[in-house]
Design a protein around this ligand. Sequence first.
Ligand code: CA
Length: 643
Amino acid sequence: MATAGAHDYNFNEMTYTPKATTFFLNTNDDAQAVTVRIYDAGKDGNMLKQIDLKRVKGSKNEWTGKVKGDLKGKFYTFDVKYNGAFMGETPGIFAKAVGVNGRRGAILDLAETNPEGWGQDARPAIALKDHVIYEMHHRDFSIARNVNLDPSVTVKRVSTEYPGKFLALTEPWAIGHLTDLGVNAVHVLPSYDYASIDETKLDQNRYNWGYDPLNYNVPEGGYSTNPYDPASRNREFKQMVQALHKAGIRVILDVVYNHTFNIDDGNFQRTCPGTFYRKNADGSWSNGSGCGNETASEQEIMRQFMLTSVKYWIDEYHIDGFRFDLMGVHDIETMNMIADLVHSIDPTMLVYGEGWSAGSCAYPGDRLAVKANVKQMPGIAAFSDDIRDALRGPWDGDDKAAFLGGLPGFEESIKFGIVGAIQHPQVNYSKVNYSKEPFALEPTQMISYVSCHDDMCLVDRLRASVPGVKGNDKELVKLDLLAQTAVFTSQGIPFMLSGEELLRDKKGVHNSFESPDSINRLDWNGKFKHPEVFNYYKDLIALRKHHQGFCLGSADLVRKHLEFLPGGDCLVAYRLKNLSQVGDTWNNIIVILNGNKEKRTVKLPKSTYTIVGDGDVINENGLYTIPTDEIIVPARSAIIMHD
Ligand code: CA
């Protein structure tokens, strides 16, 4: 796994057997001592034992020691001495189980956290190009399941036993919702142990997205039924994965290796001071994450840490894919090594990330895993802010609109997104909003989306940016459906924020990372108040799944089968042609996106067309059939038809 000649790091910091527990730690070469303390509790309690690890013979940076006896159920910390002073207790950098709040490692037999049938758990078979991603936060999804937020809705719902927990996703109502919608990959927001929620005070009902990593290789305690019991979070996370897998749904983990909660109290710094972070030329910490620090993936120990961690989540928790937060902070070489590792296990696993950073990084820009360098990372996909902002408006102003607001000038950016960010002869790249050239070699390297947890959700953005939409749900819904039609008919990998199918809003809050439940929770009444929205999303996803034309999966096929038809201002039309060659039951499909406030007439190749989408509903069996060489596209609508 390591580069030739490099040191191979061992991250097995605690190995339990009933006879003895062995401890091991990597430090910097100048460490002077490593102490291990054994406790009877994950927090407070009594210290039972203290031992000094010994430097491994012939090594400068490896320390080990053994404690005899059966320590199962006990907890441990390391404490490393540099320059005559101890750094402070840490569970190490690679704890696999922890006590409440993650400050002590837990001694347990990991095999005992496997749920029944775990050995038979299998990754659902889904081709890379066929993923349909649903991005969700555990607490958003289920915290208000049992609350009727609108007494005018009288439909009785199945309630959850586990509001805000991993286990909510094992319940039939949750699985049923996802399978009914048709998504086949759930991308869970940070689910490793993060720092900002006090697990001893869960009754305070605090909320956080979790982009503040504490222990990268342990599930978050706040999402478990008992954060004091180390086995609980590990087992319940596995139960969640198992239930989703049984339903044919993959689980993608949001991984945030680019920064840690903080430096000084952090596990990296207490173990190997300085080594895991980048510094500026003046010696200060670089802050490319915008969160106060930036890790150094190009450092051999950090690189191997990331590789080992990714493999661990696949092996131990059966994770099916990874979303890299601020991937642009990491170096290209490390990201390619990760993609190679993941794809050596299963080539259909998705690896994608945000192709940007949140500040300048102390590393050469041409070696960072940013969107413009995705062509150097053939196994990796990046979010397309190009199509996102061409639809909803730019990131730097919630009140600014674009295509959905009826503004001209975004057509080439929409086309860029439709082809999946690849080279296509009919896209004028000089007119694309951000990428002035294709960033993807293959369409599966582009994540197609209009909203995610960041920024306003789609409903709030439409209300804030398009005049006349606030207070007019009819117009809101039309634009919402138009937006998702562009996303889900794109040749990139489609991605949606959880709750958009319920017409969720966040009361206009732009950055809800620590907003209360009243902002972030899904209102399950949405399904009954706006069934037309849920049904459209569901039928749109089914349409994509049933027709190869929408997910051709290769750049050559996209160039061969996708041609744009003459459009106009805020009007994009394209034809997927000769699809019988790729096994589609429809030979030619035409999609027309009209962002204008008025209807438009579009010229077509003369044929007899069956209309399957009229902007309000999708019906694969056909809404009506007409012989014609033109069609009138209603205002703010998408037409989908075939012949
Ligand atoms: Ca935590």
